[in-house]
Design a protein around this ligand. Sequence first.
Ligand SMILES: NC(=O)c1ccc[n+]([C@@H]2O[C@H](COP(=O)([O-])OP(=O)(O)OC[C@H]3O[C@@H](n4cnc5c(N)ncnc54)[C@H](OP(=O)(O)O)[C@@H]3O)[C@@H](O)[C@H]2O)c1
Length: 296
Amino acid sequence: MTDDNRTPVTVIGLGAMGRSLAGAFLDSGHPTTVWNRSAGRSEELAGRGATVAATAAEAIAASPIVVICVLDYDVVHEILDPLSGSVAGRTLVNLTNGTPRQARETAGWAADHGADYLDGGIMAVPMMIGRPEALVLYSGSAGAFDVHRSTLGTLGTARYLHADAGQASLYDLALLAAMYGMFGGFYHAAAMLGSEKVPSAEFAPLVVPWLNAMVGTLPVIAEAMDSGAGADDDSNLRMQLVSFANILTASREQGVSTELLEPMRALLDRAVTAHRDGGDVPNLVELLRADPTSAG
Ligand SMILES: NC(=O)c1ccc[n+]([C@@H]2O[C@H](COP(=O)([O-])OP(=O)(O)OC[C@H]3O[C@@H](n4cnc5c(N)ncnc54)[C@H](OP(=O)(O)O)[C@@H]3O)[C@@H](O)[C@H]2O)c1
């Protein structure tokens, strides 16, 4: 049997994200029970019809589907471990940010105590929750996802990845890594232009179309990575290393720290050392994956 908007839902953790998740469930008509460690986070939700549980145990008992969204997995276990006897027959949906290993361990804990488990990665900020552009990635129990697809769809676009509970976290962290790389580049660029008093707001309209154009090349690069073929984009890495070094030199001359970009130069150096002309972009990913210092 699949659920609908009469299915009761519990939300544990009422930080910025948990409050938004609970609000989306309320907006779509789900009877919603909430619990948070500290008082003072639930008043607005209670005003919209949420039931405020006095304890986490009471919150878990209230619904077949229990969403937990707290600071980290230590907190998840701090809350759930003492209640291991209460989770059997429920679906735990853990939307807390963490690592694949933590997700797999928590899936094992849930299975040991008779609960279905879905791990999720929220690719959105709280104000986006409840809209289709809020992508939430899930992995873990396929059966639980099928049963609760409609309820989970309340939060945004629900995308199931894999039975391995660690996959949603792996995708989540990889997508965040791509995002932080982009932000880091923008912060550096803003500091460079700021050294000549160019306002960032004046610069931003140039950055956005430039990055959009470069983002458009990613599918081609990705195909080359997968096939092992060259990227065939006439931009070999030896040439790129020269212009990259110019960014670093110019930054220092402008009094701008190069701390965000030095690791990229080190990687380009390694590629040029390993390949006569540096090869092309797929070689960089090979080098990252072969890093002997990264194990564990
Ligand atoms: N906000 C975002 O933009 C965003 C986007 C995507 C994903 N996420 C993820 O969503 C999760 C929650 O983020 P958030 O923005 O809601 O964070 P937040 O506003 O800082 O809230 C943290 C939550 O964790 C609880 N908590 C912390 N330590 C605790 C403890 N020792 N025992 C019990 N509860 C504890 C807090 O309870 P108290 O109120 O009692 O302190 C609060 O409910 C994180 O994993 C985050 O990475 C957030």
